[in-house]
Structure formats: structure tokens, C-alpha cells
Design a protein around this ligand. Structure first.
Ligand code: ADP
Length: 481
């Protein structure tokens, strides 16, 4: 029995792809086959875009109250199928049940929020230099929106984007990550039942090099929202540039977490453990670099060691498990290579650092603490995306800010200090789209403005900000005669 539809959803129907080639999905938990997804060729993508394009004008003109009703119906369906969502998410992505429940609830919340946000959109009436003129602005959808998403939050990230895309009156061509196509198909199964008109929601599946590239090259897609790596974001932007697409890019982070001398040790420890180990570290706003002052380093290391010992790595279906397996071998070997590079360059492996034994797959990675990490190591410069807590010692606030700003990334950071003036000073110095003070770097509220500085992305999303970013401004000038 299939856990989710394996076909493409185009123009209101589940159809076979042109070539019927498939991606087989195995659970990271035990390697058992879970299901499959048919790969969309560029012809299939064209078909999906044509359907979305034909539906765009009517959906864009549908009154927002009517659109909001359908959005709420979608939320009701996600709510009804909650257990099914949670179970699939655990099996396909490998996160523990408690985390899978929070993520699945996100599907409900994003659709309800977007349904209400669209009702609160404000535009301006502007003074004109001509006394006979009246000028005002409205916001209108872009038309066809391509949405390309990663595997680490296969419900949360797509719904965070898709809900405002649809509420804003755009039509959708959605490509989930090839590692988690079943969760992507499940979202669309729920949307199918909500009553979106034919062609408004379309699903294509497949690898980035085939299906994703076909999307970014397609001239009828007016905008793309993408979450993933800098490298892929760059490729999408290059292709999208040729057809002048509007872009929203979230390209990951290298979250600096700064712990000053006067930090609340317990608070900082809890927050760092959460931001380094949640979802086995496969989070774009994870704590990827812990910058700690000399005076605090030993105490923080000891405290983190105790906290790390409490992490229960195991089968994510078991209630006691707090950390599950990694998604696949590509991710696991990148973590291996970052740790190897760090140790070769002088870092000290305090705990963990390797695959755990005694599990059905090699994807269970021990929670890891590395000390004496320096900014030149791969682990400091790139996104490691694993359950690793690398500590970098620094002298003072100025050095902390300088190291924090040394990478290409600029998504999220956090600062721990009891001195709010210092916290604010750092918050203003660090070049990340969000800075959390005395709060974990992976604190998440989907309604807050979200996006990266520097190479971590383009544009802002979250709540009303998504609606603004997913609509375009039109100026209307009226002459009173
Ligand atoms: P990650 O490293 O998290 O897997 P990627 O950026 O490789 O991040 O992938 C995120 C999403 O981007 C996935 O849906 C993937 O299929 C898609 N993707 C990868 N390469 C391309 C590409 N060249 N063009 C468009 N989409 C792509």
C-alpha cells in the first residue's frame, strides 16, 4: 500500500509522468522501502505550468474572502489527517514524534494564518502634486509561482511558502525535495480536497538537475520561492534572470551563537543543545558555531557535556527518542568530513564525532562536541547540517562580532548575556536577518519577518511579509476631471 500518491498532480488530476521513471524512497530509520515518486521531465513541468498559467487570471481575481475560505478548508483537512501526517513525516524524514507533531501542526497554522493575513493587507492612498489627481496602490499576484523546497522540514517549509502564495492569488507549481516526495504529495492530497479550482495547485516531483532546472528555465513561471543551498540558489537565480522572474531565496545559515562572560549558563546550555541537536542539526537556523568567551569556555563545555549525555539517539517512533537518524548518506558524509578536517587542523573531539553502532542504518550520528575550533576550519565556514556543537573561543564582544560576520551566511544568530546593552550592541553588529537575545538560534515563529542577509538569501517572508513579498504593487492614478 502506498503511503502517498506517486503521480504528478496537474490541472486537477493525478497523472503519470511522461517517462514514468521513479525515485524510490527508503526510510532513514531502517532502510525499508516506503514508496516512490514519478519524475517530471521538462515536458511534464511545461504541462504543469500551462495549467497554472490558465488558472492564474481567474484565481487572482477571485475575491480574497472566497480564497480565504478555501484556505481554512485546507487547514481543516490538515487537522483531520494530523496523525497520518505525523506518521509519514517520522518515516520519511526521521524526526522524533514530538517534533513531527509540532511540524505537522504547522500545516494547519500556516493555512489559517495566510487566510487571515490576506484580509489585513494594507495599501496606500498617496498625496499627488496635482490637486485634481487621486493616487492609490493595490497589490496583485505575480501569476504562476514555482516553489522548490528542501527535505529537512518537508511539511513546514512548503506550507510556510505555499499558503501565502495561494492566499495572495498566485497559482502554484510545487516541487518538493527528491528525498521527501511523499510528504510533498501528502500536502497536495490535502489541498486537492480543499476545493482549489483546477490548475491552481500543481505538483511535480524529481531531482533538482531535471525537474528543478526545468522550472527555473520556464518562461511562464513568473516567480520562484526557493529554500535550499547557496549553490542551488545561485543556479536558480542565473536561469531565472534570463526570464526576469521575481525571486524569494532562503539559502541557509551558519548560525553563530555568542556566549558572553555574564551569560546565564543554564539558559545558554539548554538553548545551544536545542539549536545544535534538534532535527539532528539539519536545520538552517541551527547553532553551527558557538563563539564563547575565554572565561566561559570551560564552564560551558562541562555543562554542554552533561546536556549532551541526556540526548537519546534512536528510533524516532519510540517516545523516549530525542534525536533520530540523518536523512541520507550525503548528509552524513559531509558531517564526517567536516569533523575530520577540524580534528586535522587542531580541534579537540570532546564527545561523539562518529556514526553510532547498533542501528539498522548508518545514519544515526552521535551528538558531538568539538572544542578549540578555529574560524578557518570547514565546520566554521560551511553549513555542517549535523548534530555537532563546535566551540570557538573568543576574547571579547568585538572579536565575537568579527568572527560571527566572517562567513558568507547571514540568516540567524543568537547572543547570551545578562547585559541587555551588550546584547543589543551585538544584535546591531551581527549581519544576520534575525538575531535572538537569550533565545535559541532556532527559535521559530512563522509570522515574524524571516530571511537572510548577505548570501543567505533574497527577500523576506513570514506572516504579512510573505503576502507583501508574493504580490506586486500597482499604482492607480485617477483624474477627477
Ligand atoms: P540541500 O543541500 O538541502 O539538499 P539543495 O539546494 O540541493 O539543498 O536542494 C533543495 C531543493 O532544490 C530540492 O528540492 C532540490 O531538488 C532542488 N534543486 C537542487 N538543484 C537544483 C537546480 N539546479 N535547480 C532547481 N532546483 C534544484
Amino acid at each position: 500500500m502506498s503511503v502517498a500518491k506517486d503521480k504528478l498532480f496537474i490541472d486537477g488530476a493525478w497523472i503519470d509522468s511522461q517517462e514514468k521513471k521513479t525515485i524510490e524512497i527508503k526510510s532513514p530509520i531502517d532502510g525499508a522501502k516506503l514508496g516512490s515518486a514519478q519524475i517530471a521531465t521538462s515536458e511534464d513541468v511545461n504541462k504543469a505550468v500551462e495549467a497554472a498559467s490558465s488558472a492564474a487570471d481567474k484565481w487572482g481575481r477571485t475575491h480574497f474572502v472566497e480564497r480565504a475560505e478555501i484556505m481554512h478548508k485546507a487547514a481543516d483537512i490538515f487537522e483531520k489527517r494530523f496523525e497520518e501526517l505525523v506518521n509519514l513525516l517520522i518515516m520519511e524524514q526521521g524526526k522524533p514524534k514530538a517534533d513531527a507533531q509540532i511540524e505537522s501542526q504547522g500545516c494547519v497554522n500556516y493555512f489559517r494564518d495566510a487566510a487571515e493575513d490576506i484580509k489585513r493587507l494594507q495599501t496606500d492612498m498617496l498625496p499627488s502634486i496635482d490637486p485634481k489627481k487621486r493616487v492609490y496602490t493595490i497589490r496583485q499576484p505575480y501569476g504562476v509561482f514555482g516553489v522548490i523546497t528542501p527535505w529537512n522540514f518537508p511539511f513546514d517549509i512548503p506550507c510556510f511558502i505555499i499558503a501565502p502564495v495561494l492566499a495572495s492569488g498566485n497559482t502554484l507549481v510545487f516541487k518538493p525535495a527528491e528525498q521527501t516526495p511523499l510528504c510533498g504529495a501528502k500536502i497536495v492530497e490535502c489541498l486537492e480536497k480543499a476545493g482549489f479550482p483546477k490548475g491552481v495547485v500543481n505538483l511535480v516531483q524529481g531531482p533538482g538537475e531535471i525537474t528543478g532546472e526545468a522550472m527555473s528555465a520556464n518562461g511562464e513561471i513568473n516567480a520562484i520561492a526557493f529554500t535550499g543551498s547557496i549553490e542551488t540558489g545561485r543556479r536558480i537565480a542565473e536561469r531565472a534572470g534570463k526570464t526576469i522572474k521575481h525571486l524569494l531565496l532562503e539559502l541557509g545559515g551558519n548560525g553563530p551563537v555568542i556566549v558572553l562572560d555574564d551569560a546565564d549558563l543554564e539558559l545558554a546550555t539548554e538553548a545551544i543543545a536545542l539549536s545544535c541537536y534538534m532535527n539532528a542539526g539539519q536545520v538552517c537556523n541551527a547553532g553551527e558555531r558557538i563563539l564563547v568567551t575565554k572565561q566561559m569556555n570551560d564552564r560551558l563545555t562541562k555543562s554542554l557535556l552533561q546536556k549532551t549525555a541526556q540526548i537519546k539517539l534512536g528510533d524516532p517512533r519510540l517516545p523516549e527518542t530525542t534525536m533520530g537518524p540523518l536523512i541520507d548518506e550525503t548528509v552524513a558524509s559531509k558531517i564526517d568530513s567536516h569533523i575530520k578536517d577540524a580534528v586535522e587542523k587542531g580541534a579537540k573531539l570532546t564527545v561523539g564525532g562518529k556514526r553510532a553502532t547498533g542501528f539498522p542504518t548508518k545514519l544515526y550520528f552521535e551528538p558531538t562536541i568539538l572544542n578549540d575550533v578555529s574560524p578557518d576550519m570547514l565546520i566554521s565556514r560551511e553549513e555542517t547540517f549535523g548534530p555537532v556543537c563546535p566551540l570557538i573561543e573568543c576574547e571579547n564582544i568585538e572579536e565575537a562580532a568579527q568572527i560571527a560576520n566572517q562567513t558568507d551566511y547571514g540568516l540567524m544568530s543568537s547572543v547570551f548575556t545578562k547585559d541587555l546593552a551588550k546584547g543589543i550592541k551585538l544584535a546591531e553588529l551581527i549581519k544576520t536577518g534575525t538575531v535572538a537575545i537569550n533565545t535559541p538560534s532556532n527559535y521559530w515563529e512563522g509570522r515574524l519577518p524571516w530571511g537572510g542577509m548577505r548570501k543567505s538569501g533574497l527577500g523576506r517572508q513570514g506572516g504579512i511579509q510573505s503576502i507583501i513579498s508574493m504580490t506586486q504593487l500597482k499604482t492607480i492614478i485617477l483624474d477627477l476631471g
